[in-house]
Design a protein around this ligand. Structure first.
Ligand SMILES: Cc1ncc(COP(=O)(O)O)c(C=O)c1O
Length: 384
């Protein structure tokens, strides 16, 4: 199978992703290559997905074997790999139960349903509201979109799901979490919102208010999780005890996957038939998840993420201001993010613009300091 040249166009695809000027056809480690043979340092990692980089030997061989064994069966049947990964995530997260789906959006959608149904089954019929934070991003389906307060994403899609509220400030969440709140959903570091670390004191105030009024705390670890921030889940660094955690992105190392994790009494609201998915938890995704978690959960691997993350953060000071984030989830401010990203790509470094002035840097977690040095060398060439 060959990909089309960067210069070719097709009228067959919808236009929702705009113009995509680079056509990537191959990857190895932290490098990807386009159809003209140009090499790029991949500091986007498929939007914080490719935790083990590209063509990782262990992941490749596990997936090859799984493809030759069994790819999909559906949730009509037991899937041993699903049970293994659930048990692994139980230990790594400290939560009790796991349900698999196929993306971050789906995980959040399921979390919202779980929170509402948990209240409903307790007889709290008015406890339906969901509170989210300013600059949050939780996905694009109607539920996830309704807790993603970016006006551009809402245009043309109203009415959104009722009962979803976002205050003007992070601290404002504490004031609107009430006896009618089913759950408040937070990201510890907001990726799409500009790589903003939500102040830990505010996260604690939100958690306390949730506890006081009997609302659930959902932590969206779709982007921050699976070692990205230097701990298996980012909230482990902040002593928070969520009722529900959502995961996706890095968990499959590139194979689509999502997961909702919950405390036992909350998870109990998903009684047989209450929620479901055809693909969620299929053997291929589970084999990927088992391999990625085995590598990423090693203390030495997580220490490596923190160490290289600190090195990368230092390096980024040369090219931008307001460098922020945790571990290998970093962002910086530049004059014109789109232009910076385009020039960086021309110099052989893939980065992502998340707003007009914010650039996100989320390389594969396997990067080494030498790769950061190479990034610096390539970006320095832009200044010449
Ligand atoms: C924090 C967060 N939640 C949810 C999502 C949506 O995940 P997906 O694109 O896999 O549906 C994203 C995607 O960027 C995300 O960063």
């Amino acid at each position: 199978m060959t990909a089309s040249s960067t210069r070719s166009k097709t009228a067959a695809l919808m236009s929702n992703y705009g113009v995509r000027p680079i056509s990537l056809v191959r990857g190895k480690g932290v490098y990807v290559y386009d159809d003209m043979g140009k090499e790029y340092l991949d500091f986007t990692a498929g939007i914080a997905v490719s935790a083990l980089g590209h063509a990782h030997p262990q992941l490749t061989s596990v997936l090859q074997e799984q493809v030759a064994t069994l790819i999909h069966t559906s949730n009509l049947y037991r899937t041993p790999w699903q049970e293994q990964l659930a048990e692994r995530l139980q230990v790594l997260s400290g939560l009790d139960k796991v349900m698999f789906c196929n993306s971050g959006t789906e995980a959040n959608e399921a979390a919202l349903k779980l929170a509402r149904r948990h209240a409903y089954l307790k007889g709290e019929k008015n406890r339906t509201e969901i509170v989210s934070l300013p600059k949050a991003f939780h996905g694009r389906t109607m539920g996830a979109l309704s807790i993603t307060p970016k006006p551009q994403y809402h245009e043309g899609y109203k009415p959104l799901v009722p009962g979803c509220f976002t205050p003007e400030t992070y601290e404002g969440a504490v004031d609107i979490i009430s006896e009618n709140t089913a759950a408040c959903i937070v990201e510890v570091v907001q990726g799409e919102g500009g790589v903003n670390l939500v102040p830990p004191a505010t996260l604690h105030a939100i958690a306390e208010q949730c506890k006081r009024v009997g609302a659930l705390l959902i932590i969206d670890e779709v982007q921050t999780g699976v070692g990205r921030c230097g701990s298996f889940l980012a909230h482990h660094q902040f002593d928070l005890q969520p009722d529900i955690v959502t995961m996706a992105k890095g968990l499959g190392g590139g194979v689509p996957i999502g997961a909702v994790l919950a405390k036992e009494d909350v998870a109990a609201a998903f009684t047989p038939g209450a929620h479901g998915t055809t693909f969620g938890g299929n053997p291929l995704a589970m084999a990927a998840g088992l391999t990625v978690t085995e590598v990423v959960s090693q203390p030495a691997f997580l220490a490596h993420v923190s160490e290289v993350g600190a090195y990368l953060r230092d390096a980024m000071q040369r090219f931008g201001t307001e460098v922020s984030g945790l571990g290998l989830m970093l962002g910086m401010t530049v004059a014109d993010a789109k232009q910076f990203v385009a020039e960086a790509a021309a110099a052989g470094v893939l980065l992502t613009a998340v707003s007009e002035q914010r650039v996100r840097v989320v390389p594969p977690l396997i990067i080494e300091k030498i790769d950061v040095d190479e990034m610096v060398k390539r970006l320095e060439s832009l200044k010449a």
